[in-house]
Design a protein around this ligand. Structure first.
Ligand code: DC
Length: 672
């Protein structure tokens, strides 16, 4: 997951490959609650691991459910309609609507002494209609803050279930879902009727609820979309085992990707034509816009069809979440796209109508908005002359409003024809439903390697360049190439193979280097799956590296391996010839220095802390001798690239050096 403050996406060109998506949020949280309410043990496979499901799992644990979590498989021992845990309990619901609403209803029907709170945004998301309905049936619920919004307190109910229970259907379908899941707990002796007041929105989510209730033994009788009857004698029963489908809303970004990007197409695994999720109908919307889609029961394949995409007008009530993806597709269309019936966007993680319009405008697009609609005009498509296009693509920082879908949608702006980068602020907000979204995107998206940013850091031995480079990489979410480690590993592998490190074995060492089975995992360096980190990091390891690094054939053999580190979204390259030979066009090169005295002092501290004895004066003499040798050697001498910026960190903390490099980097960015 990218937990950086922003993530810069270089301009993307195409996409090819297959992706496996995380489980559906809607199904995951329903299945968790139903498994908790029923009698018996349920094994849930392919559960989504995200902020929202973690909120639900924590709540269930607080209620006393047995939980055994093993990756994406969770075994849940249900409460059987009885609360094992003594009250009172305070629940923290974060910003998880899919946990807050159904849990409120279930707890209100079961009764206890419960407080439910969330993040500030959760306290702005309405829950009054659900509370009204629950109060009508005798539940005891109080607002602890503003009327109509969380936080809430729940006490013991006095249930009156004879008259039909009325709930508004036109604010959020989650209210009806919550009642449908809670009321079977009270339907042992009598049937219970729910009546929807007003037009029911987001019907597909109700379909998911009904479908899953059936899997847990509750056969709701539906009369149109207005009346729902839970038959007398209803009782939750565990299905034993259940599989969570991949999230159809998450699939929308990859369906859009297949429609927008040039390439051999995208295959999505885990969700397909047999899905019970309403958002699977996003496929039809994407097809209308020109995507070519083929599907099986649990897979989809998407290729670019019409280009530019075709502008559409669509009532989006049936795909409220996935429809956000159409907004960004509309930027690549042949005319203005009108999305109607999207009022529910206003009460989601953020006001999504405002958010989508504002961010599209920052990208340069013209957008009109109404109470429940958006009209998005396209932006230019490069060589294609597009009369409908208005404005120009702008490089901009996309604000994401703590809304996962805003972040994922706007990643698709990186395919813009102006080939400008796109900055996604707070990229970790995707954790709500899809923690690895950007990693999965990068696994299939291509960029022109020359457009993938590289920052080079070099400097004399013990200047602290490794620490600096890896910290800057972490701040930007970039890959990190420790090229010195490649020379160290090469020397190590050569000695293991019985070679000398002299010129006479140069061809053999070069051959070895060309096929080096090396892998970096965090701080660890693996050679042939064996951890060689400590072995190559010794002083001797450095001397050996220095010997093989003067062999031109070895340097040549390592070029491709090093170039291969230039991957999305960017690279920090640390080492001798990074800015001169390997990445000469890198947009930022830093030459890090420190006085010999300072470096000797640091190395001394480092050695002492590792339990080695050391003498500062001789360390300093060694460093000075090595500097002289390094600077005067004929092969890859230690010299700053001509366009390198010098940073003397003798009197700087590491944090200050990192700040300086990040400042230099920011000042070279094009974001408005
Ligand atoms: O950065 P380091 O101490 O791990 O480097 C080990 C040796 O390899 C050192 O002598 C410099 C050399 N080296 C090189 O010649 N070219 C590089 N790109 C990186 C390191």
């Amino acid at each position: 997951m990218f937990s950086t403050t922003f993530l810069d996406l270089p301009p993307l060109k195409g996409a090819t490959g297959s992706v496996t998506l995380p489980g559906s949020k809607s199904i995951s949280n329903r299945v968790l609650l139903l498994s908790a309410l029923c009698q018996g043990t349920t094994v849930v496979h392919d559960l989504l691991d995200s902020d929202d499901t973690r909120v639900m799992l924590n709540a269930l644990r607080q209620l006393g459910c047995g939980l055994d979590i093993n990756g994406t498989t969770v075994t849940i021992t249900g409460l059987g309609g009885q609360l094992a845990h003594p009250s009172p309990i305070e629940f923290f619901m974060g910003n998880a609507g899919t946990a807050m609403r159904p849990l409120t209803a279930a707890l209100a029907v079961l009764g206890g002494d419960f407080t439910l709170k969330g993040v500030p945004r959760m306290h702005e998301r309405p829950i009054g209609d659900l509370v009204d309905a629950l109060r009508l049936l005798g539940c005891n619920i109080d607002y602890l803050g503003q009327e109509g919004y969380p936080p809430l307190h729940i006490g013991q109910p006095q249930l009156q279930l004879d008259a039909p229970i009325q709930v508004r259907g036109d604010v959020s379908s989650q209210f009806l879902t919550a009642l449908l899941m809670a009321l079977p707990l009270a339907a042992q002796e009598r049937s219970i009727t729910i009546e929807v007041v007003g037009e029911l929105i987001s019907k597909p989510y109700i379909e998911i609820t009904l479908n899953l209730l059936e899997r847990y033994g509750i056969a709701v009788e539906r009369q149109g979309w207005q009346r729902f009857v839970i038959p007398a004698g209803s009782r939750y029963q565990s299905p034993g085992t259940i599989h969570v489908e991949a999230d159809a809303s998450s699939a929308s970004y990859f369906i859009a990707l297949g429609a927008i990007a040039e390439g051999q197409g995208i295959r999505v695994n885990g969700v397909g034509a047999a899905s019970i999720q309403g958002d699977i109908r996003f496929v039809e919307a994407a097809e209308k816009m020109g995507a070519k889609v083929t599907s099986g029961p649990n897979w989809l394949e998407i290729r670019r069809g019409a280009w530019p995409l075709k502008a559409i007008e669509l009532d989006c009530n049936h795909i409220p979440d996935a429809a956000m993806t159409l907004v960004v597709m509309a930027l690549y269309a042949d005319g203005p796209t009108l999305l109607r019936n999207i009022a529910s966007w206003r009460v989601k993680e953020t006001d999504r109508i405002v958010a989508m319009a504002a961010e599209c405008r920052k990208l340069g697009a013209t957008v009109e908005e109404g109470p429940d609609w958006l009209r998005v005009h396209p932006l230019p498509l490069g060589q294609l002359n597009l009369p409908a296009a208005q404005g120009q693509w702008q490089a901009t920082g996309i604000h994401t409003y703590d809304d996962h879908r805003v972040a994922m949608c706007f990643s698709l702006a990186a395919f813009n024809s102006a080939e400008v980068p796109t900055r996604i602020e707070d990229p970790k907000c995707v954790a709500k439903t899809f923690p690895d979204y950007f990693e999965v995107l990068f696994s299939v998206a291509h960029a022109d390697p020359a457009k993938i940013p590289v920052i080079c850091v070099d400097g004399p031995t013990a200047s602290g360049k490794g620490t600096l480079a890896s910290r800057v990489a972490a701040q930007l979410g970039y890959h990190y190439l420790d090229s010195g480690a490649l020379y160290r590993v090469t020397a190590y592998a050569a000695l293991q193979a019985g070679l000398s490190l002299e010129a006479r074995d140069e061809p053999a060492i070069a051959q070895l280097a060309r096929n080096l089975p090396v892998r970096f995992e965090g701080e660890q360096v693996l050679l042939n799956h064996i951890d060689v980190t400590d072995a190559i990091r010794s002083e001797q390891g450095g001397m050996n590296a220095s010997k093989v690094s003067v062999l031109p054939a070895v340097r040549e053999a390592l070029v491709d391996l090093q170039l291969g580190f230039r991957r999305l979204p960017g690279l920090l390259a640390d080492g001798r010839d990074m800015g001169t030979v390997i990445f000469p066009a890198a947009p930022l090169k830093v030459f890090l220095t420190a006085s010999a005295a300072k470096r000797a002092e640091r190395r001394h501290k480092q050695l002492i802390s590792k339990g080695f004895s050391a003498n500062i004066d001789s360390l300093r003499a060694d460093l000075e001798a090595r500097d002289a040798r390094d600077m005067s050697r004929s092969v890859a001498p230690l010299q700053p690239a001509q366009d390198a910026l010098q940073l003397d960190n003798s009197s700087l903390t590491i944090e200050a050096s990192v700040e300086q490099v990040l400042d230099w980097w920011q000042s070279r960015q094009v974001f408005g």
